[in-house]
Design a protein around this ligand. Sequence first.
Ligand code: FEO
Length: 395
Amino acid sequence: MKKNVKNNVYWIGYMDWDLQTFHGDDYTIHHGSAQNAYLIQEEKTVLMDTVWAPHQFEFVENLQSEIDLNTIDYIVVNHGENDHSGSLPALMKLIPDTPIYCTANSVKSLEGQYGKQGWNFHVVHTGDSLDIGHGKKLIFVEMTFLHWPDSMATYLTQDNILFSMDAFGQHIAVEGLFEDQANQEQIFNEAMRYYANIVAPFSPLVTKKVKEIVAMDLPIDMIAPSHGAIWRENPLKIVEAYASWANRYQEDQITVVYGTEWHGTEKLAYALAKEIHKQSPQTVVKVFNVDHTEKDDIVFEIFKSKAIAVGSPTILNGILASMAGFLYYLKSLRFKGKKAAVFGCYGWSGEGNKVLREMLEKAGFDVISDEIKSSFNPEKEEYDQIPQLVKTLLD
Ligand code: FEO
């Protein structure tokens, strides 16, 4: 079943209410997701993207129930990742000569995934356009590294729809197609969580691309991403949000993340949180055990934070493996402009804080020199150091 987006533009994607994880099992999904593909039926018929490989036969069947596949004049591939191109092999078996419009890097990614099948690729660059009849055109905009080197957006003139691919998307399944038909706060939060975990490493490029899109001065009535809801009510709101998220975004929040063996480091974590509340009652303080909360949820909270405190006991001359894994992930996201403090208990050698400090510095955090290092369980001496550490973190 296709659903109308606007005039002769239809949604023909896959609403995945059941999805639990994404990127294999690397990214946690809480509210399902959608792989959005679109069908444009003007004088020319255009299929824009497809859906993930596990749903390819269902996708092709659905498409066949709506149109004769041989009437598809053009396929646009905005991005080669499998969640959007995974149905191409099944589809192209049925219409092998249909022209595919995409970037040069998309050719590389599609042939890398599906082999050299002799598909009829037409490589496009920013500003290239394709006439689709009734006076309408598709204009292509390369979105290199947002988030893959092959990423592209496509703008439909007259209907003023920007098909933005992963950019501006959210992993959320919605019954209505549009953000104004759903829980807007939830959609906005999922968009930010998506940004923090997937787009953030490319923030400098986001700033540049947002300026480029604004400078093109194209009227935009809708932004139709490849995941989640379509932005229809004030669509530029999400563009402005991206500009702000790309610019060292922070709220008045401090996140405390810890791992613990025998609960000593945990005691320090909660004592730190209590002191932050005391010194700055308006500041939002959240505390997470790195072994209890999904890494992408903690990262979302860190993305919103102006500062963090990270604790681990010393174990085997280092830190807990789960914390090391988490900090490795955090480093890859390249957050900027956030302070950090370290803390932890130790029994014998006590290298934990040093390792935490080094990893956080490499992750781009401004690590303050104050730290809490407790031999076995924290005592008065360690608790007495907490107010000064919090004061430095808040300054
Ligand atoms: Fe939704 Fe980068 O794929």
